[in-house]
Design a protein around this ligand. Structure first.
Ligand SMILES: Nc1ncnc2c1ncn2[C@@H]1O[C@H](COP(=O)(O)OP(=O)(O)OP(=O)(O)O)[C@@H](O)[C@H]1O
Ligand SMILES: CC(C)(CO)[C@@H](O)C(=O)[O-]
Ligand code: BAL
Length: 281
C-alpha cells in the first residue's frame, strides 16, 4: 500500500486509476485505526474499484481544552493494518498541507440547523471543522463513494446534508457500529479509560438498549430520557445528553411518534468523553 503526504502525489495516483476508468472509494479518519475503521474500508472496497483512506487529526474540529494534543497518533501501526486489509492508498497530510494559510485563516463550511444540537451544542465549532476538512478532503480525493460510521451519527447526517446542499458528486454511505463483545462501541478514545472505567463503559450501550425497550413498552420519551440520564449518573458518568430524536434530522419527535427514531448518548467518564447511539428501526 502506498502512503502519500502531499496533494500532488495523491492526485497523480488517483489520476492513473481514473485513466483506467476505475472508481474510487474513500474513508476519512483521524487514525489510530481499529476494527471499526477496517469495516469501513471493507465496505468501501465492496462499492469501488480502489480505496483511499486518510489519516489526519484535524485541529479545527477540536475545541479549547479538548484532546487534540493527546489524541493517539500511530501512523506506522495504521499503515500496517491498512496494508493487511488491502487498502490501496493512505493519504496522511500534515496540517500545512490541509491549511496552507493556517487553520484559522481557512474558508469554513458551515452546515446550518442540524449542527445546533447535541454534539454541535456541546462542542461549539466542531462541525464547522468537520465539514470544512471533509469538504477539502473530498476535493482532493474526488471519490465516487465515501464511507462514514453511524457511531458518529450526527456527523454522518451533517456530511449527507453538505453533500446534498453543495451538490458534491459522490455518494455517502453509512456503516453500522462495530462493538466489543460487551457492547462498548469501538473507539480510539476507549484507550483513555482506566481498567475500572473500561468495566463501566458498556453501560452506555446498555442504557441505549433500555431506552429502546422503554419506548417499545409505551413510556413517554421525556421520562425515558430522564431515567437514562439518572441511570448513567448513578453509575458514575457525567452525561452531556441522553435523548431520543428523529433519525432524519435529529429534531425532537412528537409525544406519539414511534417511527424513524434514534437514541443518542454522550457522557464523560473521568477524563474521557464517549458517544454512542442506537437507531430504533
Ligand atoms: N466502532 C466503530 N464502528 C464503525 N465505524 C466507526 C467506529 N468508530 C469510528 N468509526 C468511524 O470511523 C471514522 C473515523 O472515525 P474516528 O477516526 O474519529 O474514529 P474513532 O475511533 O471513533 O475515534 P474517536 O474516539 O475520536 O471518535 C468515522 O466515520 C467514524 O464514525
Ligand atoms: C470525518 C473525520 C475524519 C473528519 O476529521 C473525523 O471527524 C472522524 O474521524 O470521524
Ligand atoms: N469521531 C468524530 C471526531 C471527533 O470526535 O472529533
Amino acid at each position: 500500500m502506498q502512503t502519500v503526504q502531499d496533494a500532488a502525489g495523491l492526485r497523480a495516483t488517483i489520476r492513473g486509476w481514473r485513466g483506467q476508468s476505475q472508481t474510487v472509494g474513500f474513508v476519512p479518519t483521524m487514525g489510530n485505526l481499529h476494527e471499526g475503521h477496517h469495516s469501513l474500508i471493507k465496505l468501501a472496497r465492496a462499492r469501488a474499484d480502489r480505496v483511499v483512506a486518510s489519516v489526519f487529526v484535524n485541529p479545527t474540529q477540536f475545541g479549547p481544552g479538548e484532546d487534540f494534543e493527546r489524541y493517539p497518533r500511530t501512523l506506522a501501526q495504521d499503515q500496517a493494518g491498512l496494508a493487511e486489509i488491502e487498502c490501496d492508498l493512505l493519504f496522511a497530510p500534515d496540517v500545512a498541507t490541509i491549511y496552507p494559510f493556517g487553520a484559522e485563516q481557512s474558508v469554513r463550511v458551515h452546515v446550518t440547523g442540524i449542527t445546533d444540537t447535541l454534539e454541535g451544542a456541546h462542542r461549539p465549532g466542531h462541525f464547522d471543522g468537520v465539514a470544512t476538512v471533509v469538504c477539502k478532503l473530498f476535493n482532493l480525493v474526488q471519490p465516487d463513494v465515501a464511507v462514514f460510521g453511524q457511531k458518529d451519527f450526527q456527523q454522518l447526517k451533517v456530511i449527507e446534508r453538505m453533500v446534498r446542499d453543495l451538490a458534491l458528486p459522490l455518494k455517502v454511505v453509512g456503516a453500522s457500529t462495530l462493538r466489543a463483545d460487551d457492547g462498548l462501541a469501538l473507539s480510539s478514545r476507549n484507550q483513555y479509560l482506566s481498567a475500572d472505567e473500561r468495566a463501566l463503559a458498556p453501560q452506555i450501550h446498555q442504557t441505549l438498549l433500555k431506552m429502546r425497550e422503554l419506548l417499545e413498552k409505551g413510556h413517554a420519551r421525556k421520562v425515558i430520557e430522564q431515567v437514562a440520564a439518572s441511570t448513567l449518573e448513578r453509575a458514575g458518568f457525567a452525561p452531556d445528553y441522553a435523548v431520543i430524536r428523529r433519525a432524519e434530522d435529529l429534531s425532537e419527535p412528537g409525544d406519539d411518534e414511534r417511527q424513524g427514531l434514534v437514541a443518542l448518548i454522550a457522557a464523560r467518564l473521568g477524563n474521557t468523553r464517549l458517544i454512542d447511539n442506537l437507531p430504533f428501526d
